[in-house]
Design a protein around this ligand. Sequence first.
Ligand SMILES: [Zn+2]
Length: 184
Amino acid sequence: MKNVDFSRFNNIISLTSYFNTKEKCQQAIIDSRWSDGDVVCPYCGEHHCSKRSDGRFRCNHCLKNFSCLVGTIFENTKLPLIKWFVAMYLISSHKKGISSHQLSRDLDITQASAWYMLQKIRLLYPQSDAEAFEGAVECDEVYMRQGEVEAQIHENAPYPRSVNADQDSGVRHDGAHLHRGREG
Ligand SMILES: [Zn+2]
């Protein structure tokens, strides 16, 4: 999967100036998920999908409709996509990590929402991604070694999904990999 290339954005201003509509954000996600234009149904895995006039897709096999967000960390989110993009940009820029408190201030969102975003976005980064998380990442003022973070997410999450009302759709999240300036 090809990643969204944030390398052409030198700062948050250029990033937010470009991604100034929901549609542009969605197109970036579409390009990162299905870089060759071959849309894969997140429900049945078939490749024969058609684009609908409303921008969503329809699987010609199982006949289900879906948006480009289904099966990604952005699915069912109530936060604007641009805030997710800025969060990813900030996280990839802060080599030593960024706290949910800081992220909540930067994005003007609640600390609980920022915490939720951090957990989701960290899932996008493979353990070996030393560029993004060099050995340790900051987790709410506590520095944890890599690996412990993953364990914390799954076993110990103090904020349940009600924080963001994201619902488990039964779709396996393949994670749109949106790394700054990296190719997958
Ligand atoms: Zn399908």
